[in-house]
Design a protein around this ligand. Structure first.
Ligand code: 5GP
Ligand code: MN
Length: 323
């Protein structure tokens, strides 16, 4: 922590980035850290490779997040947030890699400890929780805008205080953020209260796609590009859908296979997929994702793969033999 504070104080212009296809924690950590560094009179660039999902566009200063970077020499330091691997920042990866001080701030147990300085706490509920600690250590003030981001990051990464990463700090910090002016109902309405019709129709297709292994311990959902086209939805509309597959009685591991929009298509049978995994708490899905080259947390993990849909589905169903 001390070394990070020294480096932040020394830097004039910092590049802040979080993972592509961002979730609530990735966006909130980026915004909270950026707004706090503003208060310390730092020049900051907030970068994310992907468009911001509609449900997070209410966040204060969200328009500050850009999808391009200057050349590496522009920046004295990079703060990489919520990324288990530096390549998760997406397109700016090559620029980031050349920045002289790379600070890795994350809570993924599979973080590969990239960068020059690491602040990794797998026991933290969210990266937003770690960002909160860092802001406090920097003695930066927490205003309503910063509080709204921190609260949103904790709320979304803990699945509304339901997932196993929900800890005492999640409640304590959230309470402090509410004291700083956050309106929980307002945040909840934006994040969970309003869905596009397309998103509801996508949910319908996802539910309809559920398959269960013979022993009933593994469920698989499948989302294809045709389904996104039919419903006019985006990958951001998939957020949370896997939890329906996870909730099925007796299911220990749920998988969601999602065809990638810009996936490899050298043959129509070979496509790029993202696979999300969730566990009921008795199985370490980060280890399963790791075996496929991905990572995450023990109860929520993922990986990318290029193979035919039929082979992928059969490999996933086969995992049920070990459950
Ligand atoms: P999701 O299933 O929501 O995409 O991701 C669940 C968790 O797994 C997140 O913590 C995320 O960071 C991690 N994860 C998802 N996909 C990948 C991946 O392709 N590589 C790695 N290393 N982690 C991933
Ligand atoms: Mn996170």
């Amino acid at each position: 922590m001390d070394e990070i504070i020294t480096q932040i104080k020394k830097a004039q212009h910092l590049l802040l980035a979080s993972h592509c296809d961002p979730d609530g924690d990735a966006i909130s950590s980026l915004l909270a850290m950026g707004l706090a560094l503003d208060k310390l009179n730092k020049k900051v660039t907030l970068y994310n490779a992907s468009p911001i999902p509609a449900v997070y566009r209410f966040l204060p200063a969200v328009e500050r997040i850009v999808r391009h970077t200057e050349k590496a020499a522009t920046y004295d330091a990079a703060l990489i947030l919520d990324c288990g691997h530096v390549s998760r920042v997406g397109e700016a990866y090559s620029v980031v890699s050349q920045i002289p001080v790379i600070i890795n701030i994350d809570h993924h147990i599979t973080n590969n400890r990239f960068g020059h300085i690491q602040l990794i706490d797998p026991d933290a509920s969210s990266t937003a929780e770690i960002v909160y600690r860092l802001i406090k250590a920097l003695n930066a003030p927490i205003n309503k805008a910063i509080a709204t981001s921190i609260y949103t990051g904790i709320l979304t990464d803990t699945g509304s205080f339901r997932f196993s990463n929900t800890n005492q700090a999640a409640f304590a910090i959230s309470q402090e953020m509410v004291q700083n002016g956050v309106k929980p109902y307002n945040v909840a309405q934006h994040v969970f209260g309003t869905y596009s019709l397309g998103r509801i129709k996508l949910l319908n297709l996802a539910l309809d796609s559920i398959e269960i292994s013979d022993n009933g311990k593994l469920s698989v959902m499948t989302l294809t590009n045709a389904m996104f086209e039919e419903t006019g939805t985006q990958p951001e509309d998939v957020d949370g859908i896997i939890n329906y597959a996870r909730r099925i009685e007796d299911v220990k591991v749920a998988a969601l296979i999602q065809e990638q929009k810009n996936g490899g298509t050298n043959s129509d049978k070979l496509r790029n997929f993202h696979v999300s995994l969730r566990s009921d708490g008795t199985v370490d899905v980060a280890a399963i994702a790791g075996a496929f080259g991905g990572g995450g947390h023990s109860n929520a993990a993922g990986f990318q793969v290029e193979m035919s849909m039929a082979k992928l589905k059969s490999e996933i169903i086969t995992l049920s033999n070990d459950l």
